[in-house]
Design a protein around this ligand. Structure first.
Ligand code: IVH
Length: 703
C-alpha cells in the first residue's frame, strides 16, 4: 500500500500531497514504464484527489509538463516535409512515378497551420512536440493540453504518435485576433510555443488540432503493456481509426483510377473541389496532399534527399495581386490602438475587388518600408482582410489603367506623389498625443470620439444588433444623440430626433429601437464581453463569471484590487495580465458602465454544470441558426457536451440550421444523427429556450 503521511504534513495539504503522488506514479507508469505501485493503489490516490479537488490540473496530465519551449524532443519518427507541385503535369508525373506501387491515393487538405506530433502512451497524452527541424522539436505539451478538441485519453489503450496540424479557425481569428496578428498561422505557432499563458499571444483554447497521420512505436520504444496496433494495410484505414478513437482528422478522401490519366484527373478534381470551397472552409487550406494509400508500398518508393516519393503537396495558386498604394489612413479603434489602413487602386483577388488593405500596426509599416505611390503585392486568404506582403517599387501611371471599383465604375485617380507614410504623433480623431507601445501606437483619451464609435459598433455587433452599422453610429455620435453606450438605450425617448437623421425613414427608426429593446437583457458574461475591454472576449468573460456572478460583485472588485486579482487568477486559465486588464478596463470606465447597467437588465448565467445530460456526447454545429454558433456551443458545453469543428463518424449529433452544406451531406453519408435547434433545446432540457429568449439578446460573439 501507499505510505500515507499524516493528512496535514507541515505546510502541505492533503490535496498537494495527493497531486504529487499522482504526478509521480503516472509518470512512472506512463512515461517510464516502471510502476512502483499497483493499479488499484494508484486508483485510490486518483479517486481521493478527484473527490477533494475535482478540477485539479494534475488530473488532466501525466507526470508534469515542462515549460513550453524549454525542452527539446527527438522525434521517434522524423516529421518529413513534402514535395510540392503547382502544375498539372507535376501531378501526372507523380502518379506515373508511383504507379508500380498502386494507383490508390488518400487526399487531404493541406492545412496552413503549425505541425504537431502527439505522443499517446497507454492511451494517454504524454507529450506534444512541434516539428522543429523535423528530427528535433520543442516540447509544448502544457499548451497543447489546452486545445479544446484534443482528448487527454484516446479510445485505445496503446502507444501511438499522431501527427497533424494545429490551426486557428478563421472565424476566431477574425473575431479576436485580426488586429493583433498578421495571420492565423503565425498565431497558431506562437500560441503553441508561448512560455506562459496570458502573454498577449493567442490562446491555445482557440486552436484546433487536425490529424493527418499516425505512427506506432515498436520494440523497446513501446510500453510493454501497449496492445499491438491494428493491422492497417491502408493509410485511409488508419485515418478512419483515428476518428474512431476520438481524434479529428484533416480529411480522408480516397481516389483511384483505371490508369494514370484517370487517376491524375481524379486527384485534380479533388484539388479543384477543395480550391473552390476554401473560401467557406473553417480554416486556411493552402493546397491538397496526395499520399499513396498502401502503407507497405511506401517503403518501396523510399525518399529523395528531402521528401518521401510517396506523397505530393499540390499548392493552390496564391491569392495575390499587384496594385498601387494610393494612401494610408490611420484609425483609432475602441481600445485606443491607432491602426493604418491602406487605400489601394481597386484590384481583383480571387473574385473579390479589393480597395483597402490592413497594414496591421506601425511596426508593420516600418517593416515593409512602403511609400505611397509604390507598387505593392497584396494577398487575400479566406475572407480575412487582405494585406500588403511586399513592396515591388515605384508604380507607373499605366499601373492604374483599366481599374474598376467593385460596382463597375471606373477608378479615375491619378498616380499619387511618392511619399513616405507619415506615422501620426497625435490621434487622427481627437488630436491627443499618442503613446508608443512596442509595434503599436495608442490614443489614451478615453473620450476620443473614434473610440466611442468603435465601442458602440462592437457592442451592437456582439449583441446581434445588425441594423446598427457604421454609418448610423457615426451619425448618432456626430449629432450628439449618443454620447455613451447607455445613451443608445435612451434613444427610445428621442424617436423624433432619430427619425430626423439623414436616410432614416420611420420604418428603420423603429427597427433600430426594436433591436435595442431586444438587447436590453443579457447575462453578465455577455455584458462584460460586449464592453470590448482589451483581451476580454466571450470565453474570458464566461470564465470570469464562474467566480463573479453579480454586477455589484464585479464593480466592487475595483475597490480592493489586490483581493480581486487573487480571486481572478484563481480561475483556471486566467492570469495576471488578463485580471489586470479587466480591472483597469472597468475602473477607467466605471461611471459609463454603471450608467449603462441602469439601462439594461442582467439575467442569470447559463448553468455551468459539467455533469449535465450531454456528458459524453459530441456535437458539431452548422448552417444558419437563430443564434451565434459560439453561444449554442456554450449551451452544449454547459450541459457537459463536447463541441467539435468537423463532422466525423464518431460524432453524435450535427445541429443543422437552415442552409444546407457539406457538413450536412457528410453527416447523412456517415449516418450521424442530424438535429434541429429545437431538438437540441429538448436535449438541453429546455434550458436554451428558457434562459435565452429567441431574440438572441445575449450574444456571446460569433464563431
Ligand atoms: S503529410 C510525408 N498532410 O505540410 C508526410 N502534411 O510540407 C508528412 N501539412 O510539416 C506530412 N497539411 O505541417 C501532411 N494533410 C497534410 C498536411 C500536411 C499540412 C503540413 C505539415 C508538414 C508540411 C509538409
Amino acid at each position: 500500500m501507499v505510505a500515507e503521511p499524516s493528512p496535514n504534513d507541515g505546510n502541505r495539504t492533503r490535496i498537494e500531497w495527493l497531486a504529487e503522488q499522482v504526478e509521480r506514479h503516472s509518470d512512472l507508469y506512463y512515461n517510464k514504464a516502471k510502476p512502483e505501485i499497483s493499479d488499484a493503489e494508484f486508483d485510490v490516490l486518483w479517486d481521493e484527489l478527484t473527490r477533494l479537488s475535482p478540477d485539479h490540473p494534475q488530473l488532466g496530465r501525466v507526470g508534469s509538463d515542462p515549460t513550453p519551449g524549454s525542452t527539446k524532443v527527438n522525434h521517434l519518427f522524423p516529421m518529413l516535409s513534402l514535395d510540392k507541385a503547382s502544375a498539372e503535369d507535376e501531378v501526372a508525373h507523380f502518379v506515373a512515378e508511383t504507379t508500380a506501387q498502386g494507383r490508390r491515393f488518400v487526399c487531404q487538405p493541406k492545412l496552413d497551420g503549425s505541425a504537431l506530433s502527439l505522443e499517446y502512451r497507454r492511451g494517454r497524452l504524454v507529450r506534444a512536440a512541434t516539428r522543429g527541424n523535423g528530427v528535433r522539436g520543442e516540447d509544448v505539451t502544457a499548451n497543447v493540453r489546452r486545445l479544446p478538441n484534443l482528448p487527454e485519453a484516446i479510445d485505445w489503450g496503446g502507444d501511438c504518435h499522431i501527427r497533424g496540424e494545429v490551426v486557428m479557425p478563421l472565424a476566431v481569428f477574425r473575431d479576436k485576433y485580426s488586429d493583433i496578428a498578421p495571420n492565423p498561422r503565425n498565431l497558431a505557432a506562437g500560441s503553441l510555443r508561448q512560455k506562459y499563458a496570458d502573454t498577449g499571444k493567442g490562446s491555445p483554447e482557440d486552436l484546433i488540432f487536425l490529424a493527418f497521420g499516425v505512427e506506432f512505436p515498436t520494440g523497446t520504444d513501446r510500453h510493454p503493456e501497449s496492445p499491438e496496433p491494428p493491422p492497417f494495410k491502408l493509410d485511409s484505414e488508419a485515418i478512419s481509426w483515428l476518428q474512431e478513437i476520438g481524434i479529428e482528422v484533416a480529411g480522408n478522401t480516397v481516389v483511384s483510377g483505371e490508369d494514370d490519366v484517370a487517376t491524375t484527373a481524379e486527384i485534380l478534381t479533388v484539388t479543384r473541389q477543395w480550391y473552390e470551397s476554401r473560401d467557406s472552409a473553417d480554416w486556411e487550406i493552402d493546397g491538397v496532399v496526395a499520399k499513396l494509400d498502401r502503407l507497405d508500398k511506401r517503403d518501396l518508393l523510399g525518399m529523395t534527399a528531402h521528401h518521401p516519393r510517396w506523397a505530393l503537396a499540390w499548392k493552390f495558386p496564391p491569392e495575390e495581386a499587384v496594385t498601387v498604394l494610393m494612401d494610408v489612413n490611420w484609425q483609432t479603434g475602441r481600445t485606443g490602438n491607432v491602426t493604418p489602413v491602406s487605400k489601394v487602386a481597386p484590384v481583383t483577388v480571387s473574385g473579390v475587388t479589393v480597395e483597402s488593405t490592413t497594414l496591421h500596426n506601425r511596426g508593420e509599416v516600418d517593416r515593409l518600408g512602403a511609400k505611397i505611390g509604390d507598387k505593392v503585392r497584396i494577398v487575400r486568404r479566406g475572407d480575412v482582410i487582405p494585406k500588403i506582403i511586399e513592396v515591388i517599387g515605384p508604380a507607373e501611371e499605366s499601373d492604374l489603367h483599366d481599374r474598376l471599383h467593385a460596382d463597375g465604375t471606373p477608378f479615375a485617380s491619378s498616380l499619387p506623389n511618392r511619399v513616405e507614410i507619415a506615422i501620426p504623433t497625435v490621434c487622427p480623431r481627437c488630436a491627443t498625443e499618442l503613446i508608443e507601445e512596442g509595434a503599436f501606437i495608442r490614443c489614451i483619451n478615453l473620450n476620443c470620439p473614434s473610440r466611442l464609435e468603435r465601442s458602440i459598433l462592437y457592442w451592437c455587433r456582439k449583441l446581434g444588433m445588425d441594423g446598427i452599422g457604421e454609418k448610423l453610429v457615426e451619425q448618432l455620435c456626430s449629432t450628439g444623440l449618443v454620447e455613451s453606450l447607455a445613451d443608445l438605450y435612451r434613444l427610445s425617448d428621442r424617436e423624433q430626433e432619430l427619425m430626423a437623421l439623414e436616410r432614416m425613414a420611420e420604418k428603420s427608426a423603429s427597427n433600430v429601437l426594436e433591436e435595442l429593446e431586444a438587447s436590453r437583457s443579457m447575462t453578465l458574461s455577455a455584458f462584460i464581453s460586449a464592453l470590448g475591454l482589451p483581451r476580454i472576449g466571450p470565453e474570458i468573460a464566461s470564465l470570469i463569471c464562474t467566480e463573479v456572478s453579480t454586477m455589484d460583485d464585479l464593480m466592487g472588485m475595483i475597490s480592493d484590487r489586490e483581493r480581486a486579482i487573487e480571486r481572478l487568477v484563481a480561475i483556471n486559465r486566467i492570469g495576471e495580465t488578463v485580471a489586470d486588464l479587466l480591472l483597469s478596463g472597468i475602473s477607467d470606465r466605471e461611471e459609463e458602465i454603471l450608467d449603462l447597467y441602469d439601462q439594461i437588465e442582467v439575467i442569470e448565467e447559463e448553468s455551468k454544470s459539467v455533469a449535465g445530460p450531454l456528458v459524453g456526447s459530441r456535437f458539431c454545429i452548422t448552417g444558419s441558426l437563430s443564434r451565434p454558433r459560439k453561444e449554442i456551443a456554450l449551451s452544449i458545453k454547459a450541459e457537459g457536451g463536447k463541441v467539435v469543428a468537423s463532422v466525423s463518424g464518431n460524432l453524435d449529433y450535427l445541429v443543422a440550421g437552415e442552409s444546407e452544406g457539406s457538413k450536412l451531406d457528410k453527416a447523412n453519408r456517415l449516418g450521424v444523427r442530424v438535429i434541429s435547434e429545437s431538438e437540441l433545446a429538448e436535449l438541453l432540457g429546455g434550458s436554451m429556450l428558457e434562459d435565452l429568449p429567441e431574440e438572441r439578446q445575449a450574444t456571446l460573439g460569433e464563431f
